[in-house]
Design a protein around this ligand. Structure first.
Ligand SMILES: Cc1cc2nc3c(=O)[nH]c(=O)nc-3n(C[C@H](O)[C@H](O)[C@H](O)COP(=O)(O)OP(=O)(O)OC[C@H]3O[C@@H](n4cnc5c(N)ncnc54)[C@H](O)[C@@H]3O)c2cc1C
Length: 317
């Protein structure tokens, strides 16, 4: 595409903090054209000020709603207003459940095609998706309206830049229908200082092999600054919260390193983690299917392997 193409990236910072996922969107956007950050947050100026290390050309701060109170619908309307103003080639959004809902609403409002859960996008806005548990790679393009694409976190190394050269304010007339539901309270869950599962660069997950004792998994995760995930066997048993489930009916993660502990590697689990850059499996069964997928495997009891690994990593700090 020509250098004249514009790409909008959504900066959705409900808690006022910009995550590195925005840097990834900017990095992808740069391949296509000029990158314009659309900030839809209550403290728009404060959020825009956090974009200075990313490869972003311009920023648009949307006003017109209490974005934190009404959450998703006004953000989609604000983005639609930015699309109307900029006529971009593509709109890139982080592929969280929230991001995908915003993207879907934007697609309806702008009568555009939508691609979700992409792991890559090229200069022609052709997106790459990894489907069927990673057995098939799909390349897709939107052929109606604006290309709206949601991209999974940890899909690209963030390219640094000098941030937006200009910042403008776009006053959006948010409709009453977008304000029909409101957030009554917002409390961050206590995560014990661990990173968010879908954004973490290292994820350590436990399965049925933990037999309900996640302590060695958590200790190892903490030694690596990792997020903790779990298989459905573990979440269904009530050993770990469902919000940490990785897989087809759980979260999709794509970290630099995924460590599966006592997880057999069922197709439904793989569906949520097979795009991880490096996969390490610890399992006492040498025939466990997870070893087919793993880059490195340890055949052993996780209760013996994990404490040793944790001690060794902590000793190097
Ligand atoms: C529609 C549908 C959706 C699903 N969605 C998901 C999903 O989102 N996520 C998901 O994970 N699953 C999902 N499942 C379930 C999936 O099919 C598997 O049942 C589940 O992933 C198994 O979890 P597991 O690997 O922890 O348990 P198991 O398959 O029982 O494997 C446990 C593993 O631990 C090993 N082990 C045991 N003890 C130790 C030890 N001490 N040290 C080391 N290794 C040990 C065993 O050798 C075994 O390989 C879904 C299923 C269906 C039908």
């Amino acid at each position: 595409m020509s250098d004249m193409s514009t790409v909008l990236i959504l900066v959705d910072a409900l808690d006022g903090k910009v995550s590195s996922a925005v840097g990834e969107l900017a990095t992808f956007g740069k391949r296509i054209g000029e990158v314009v950050a659309v900030v839809a947050a209550n403290d728009g100026a404060g959020v825009a000020a956090q974009l200075s290390s990313f490869a972003i050309d311009r920023a648009i701060i949307c006003t017109g709603a209490d974005f934190a109170s009404h959450s998703i619908a006004p953000i989609a309307e604000a983005l639609a207003a930015a699309v109307a103003k900029e006529s971009p080639t593509a709109v890139l959004i982080t592929s969280t459940a929230r991001g995908k809902e915003i993207a879907a609403r934007l697609a309806v409002r702008t009568n555009s095609g939508l691609l979700t859960d992409a792991v890559d996008i090229d200069a022609d806005a052709i997106a790459t998706q990894s489907v069927f548990g990673g057995s098939t790679t799909v390349h897709s393009a939107v052929n109606h309206g604006t290309s709206i694409v949601t991209l999974r976190s940890n899909s690209v190394e963030v390219q640094s830049g000098s941030g937006p050269a200009t910042t403008e304010v776009l006053a959006v007339a948010i409709s009453d229908s977008a304000k029909k539901s409101s957030v009554t309270s917002l409390e961050a869950t206590v995560k014990g200082g661990r990173p968010e599962l879908t954004e973490a660069s290292v994820v350590v997950s436990g399965g049925r092999g933990t037999n309900g004792d996640f302590a060695p998994v958590e200790a190892f995760a903490d030694s690596m600054g990792a997020a903790v995930g779990a298989s459905r066997a573990a979440t269904d048993a009530g050993w770990y919260p469902h919000s940490h489930q990785v897989g087809q009916t759980g979260k999709t993660v794509s970290p630099s390193l995924y460590v599966a502990c006592g997880i057999s590697g069922a197709i439904q689990h793989r569906a949520g983690m097979q795009t991880s850059k490096m996969i390490v499996a610890i399992n006492k069964d040498p025939e466990a299917p997870i070893f087919e997928l793993a880059d490195y495997g340890v055949v052993g009891d996780l209760f013996a392997v994990l404490p040793q690994a944790t001690t060794a990593i902590n000793a190097r700090k």
